[in-house]
Each structure stands twice: as C-alpha cells, then as structure tokens.
Design a protein around this ligand. Structure first.
Ligand code: NAI
Length: 302
C-alpha cells in the first residue's frame, strides 16, 4: 500500500486549536498538507475567544517543517464561513479539504433547554458546517476535486440523555454528508462523517480509567484517510475510538406489505416489520424507491 500523502493539498480544519482538531491538523500537516488552523478559542460551552490556541497549533506545524495559517473566525455565521475559506485562498490559493470539527456543548434535559442553548449548538455544529463547506464546495466543484469530513457523534446517531440540541445537530450532519456525497459524485468530491470517541476537554469526566486509551490522535488516521485522494468511500459514517474503526450504517428491514394497511395491521405485525433478518443498506433514496416499486409490482404480478 502506497503511503497516504497530501502533496501540498490545502485543508481547512475548524476548531483545530485543541482536542481532536489539533490532532487532525498535525496529522495532515505531517503528511504534506497546507493547513488553515481555524479556532475561535472559546470555552467548551462556546463562550469567550482567544487567538492563542490557533496560533499555537500553527507554531507546532511550522516546527514540524509544515505550512499553516491561523484563522480565528467563528464557523457559526455565513460571514465567518466565507472568511475562513478566504483565509485558505489568500494563503494557499485554493481549498481541497474541509474538516468540520468545531463544536460546543450546552447539555440540558429536553424540558429545561432554552432557545439560546438550542440555537447556539445548532449554529456551531450544523449551520457552521453549511457556512464553511458551501463556499469551499463551490471552489472544489469548479476544479473537480474535494474531500469533506464532518464530525458527527454517537450522541446523535444513537442518542444520549441531555443532548437533544447536540444530537439533532450531529445527526443533521449525517444528512448533509449523504446529500453532499450524491451531489459531489460527478465532481470527484467525497463527503463522509466521523463519530469519534476520544478523551479531550469536552469529555474529560466521561470515560473513567479507559479514558487513557482514547487518545484523540487515534481518530486522526481516519480523518487522514477520508480526506485523501486514496479515499474510496463517500456518504458514509465511521466510528473511531482508541484505534477501533467501524462503520455505522442505516439499514432497512425487508418489512411487511399490505396494500390495505391499517393501524391494527401494524400492531399485529410489528415483529415482522422490525425483524432485521435480511436487511438492506440502501445507497440513496432512489435505492429505497426501487425496493418499494419492486415490492408493489412483485405483489401485483404474484
Ligand atoms: P474541544 O472542545 O477540544 O474542541 C472543539 C474546538 O472547537 C475548540 O477548540 C473550540 O474553541 C472550537 N470552536 C467552538 N466553537 C467554534 C466556532 N464557532 N468557530 C470556530 N471554532 C470553534 O473538543 P473535541 O472533543 O476535540 O471536539 C471536536 C469535535 O468532535 C466536536 O465537534 C465534538 O462535538 C466532536 N465529538 C467529540 C467527541 C469526543 O469524544 N471528544 C465525541 C463525539 C463528537
């Protein structure tokens, strides 16, 4: 297997002043990418701001012999997103890779969540990915090359108490990724999502003893693969935790068909509807439509 290198490719990594984003920035820089280290330098809840973290990571990259610039715009506004992409174009002439990693937490059980907590989290994670990726995507589309990696979470894919705002935003990124993969296909733009589990300031009290094994640096090989030319997949979601890599997927059970369906039929046939024996993993929504058509036509013919 040839080494995975980036040969001067330009990568924007949001929220790269610490935690996972810093590791991704260092990993891609070591492999030859030129990096925009974006980070507004706030707290875990997104308050405050500091140019220090982004600049410190730039210095680390330069000390390794790499190339990087710091950017402290917020991903959470359209102007911020445009400015981040402009930083890449001004410094390096283009953008090839976007890693949507910036994130904050405002955890609260659903009944106690206020409007500000809902909006702040969705703005950074979900809208932030739109604001940064869209201007970058236009450049990628024009030149026929791009890689987009968005940071989802098992809190959205699987659910987690107290994280309805965060979980909804993180699952929203899966939808964005799937559509970008379809729209980007003929322009050689690949979009994938990751669901990391790693010990960072965001998770410092969560893992107990096993935390030591959850080195954020062990998520970065996945980001390097997915943002490289060698990446063979698009529209997929991978879990990365302490060196374990797995694929999350959305499966469809064979289901139950009754053209005269009633609510009572559903209650009576729930076990068959839910039975995952023989499930399929539709590639896109057309794939599901084909299955629907073939079930209906098959029954008509039978
Ligand atoms: P972190 O708090 O160290 O990193 C997040 C970074 O994003 C911070 O440096 C912060 O300053 C920056 N940031 C926040 N709002 C920003 C904004 N508006 N514009 C630019 N930068 C902003 O935490 P960690 O763990 O490294 O998180 C990275 C990503 O991974 C986040 O999206 C998080 O939700 C996600 N994640 C982390 C998991 C973990 O186990 N650590 C689990 C699942 C997802």
């Amino acid at each position: 297997m040839a080494d995975i290198g980036f040969d001067g490719k330009v990568a924007i990594i949001t929220g790269a002043g610490g935690g996972l984003g810093r590791e991704h920035a260092l990993e891609l820089a070591r492999r030859g990418a030129r990096i925009v280290v974006n980070d507004l330098g706030g707290s875990v809840s997104g308050d405050g701001g500091d140019v220090g973290p982004a600049q410190a990571v730039v210095q680390e990259i330069v000390a390794l012999g790499g190339e990087a610039v710091a950017d402290t715009n917020s991903v959470a506004t359209p102007e911020g997103g445009e400015a981040i992409v402009k930083s890449a174009v001004d410094a390096f002439g283009t953008v090839d890779i976007v890693v949507n990693n910036a994130g904050i937490l405002r955890d609260k059980s659903f009944q106690n969540l206020d409007q500000a907590m809902i909006e702040a989290v969705i703005q950074v994670h979900l809208l932030g990915a739109f604001y940064v990726t869209q201007p970058a995507y236009r450049i990628m589309r024009e030149k026929g090359y791009g890689r987009i990696v968005s940071t989802s979470s098992n809190s959205g894919i699987l659910g987690n108490f107290g994280q309805s705002n965060y979980g909804a935003a993180k699952m929203g990124l899966v939808g964005l990724t799937r559509v970008l993969a379809i729209e980007g296909r003929k322009h050689n733009i690949k979009a994938n999502a990751i669901a990391p589990v790693a010990l960072t300031r965001m998770t410092e009290d969560m893992f107990g003893d096993v935390g030591q094994a959850l080195d954020p640096g062990l998520v970065s090989p996945l980001v390097a693969y997915l943002s490289s030319e060698a990446c063979e997949v698009s529209g997929e979601v991978y879990s990365a935790a302490g060196g374990i890599i797995s694929r999350f997927f959305i499966g469809l059970t064979p289901g139950y068909y009754n053209p005269k369906l009633t609510a009572e039929d559903i209650a009576e046939n729930l076990a068959e509807i839910r039975d995952d024996a023989g499930y399929t993993v539709p590639r896109d929504n057309n794939d599901e439509i084909k299955k629907i058509v073939s079930t209906i036509q098959g029954a008509d013919e039978g």
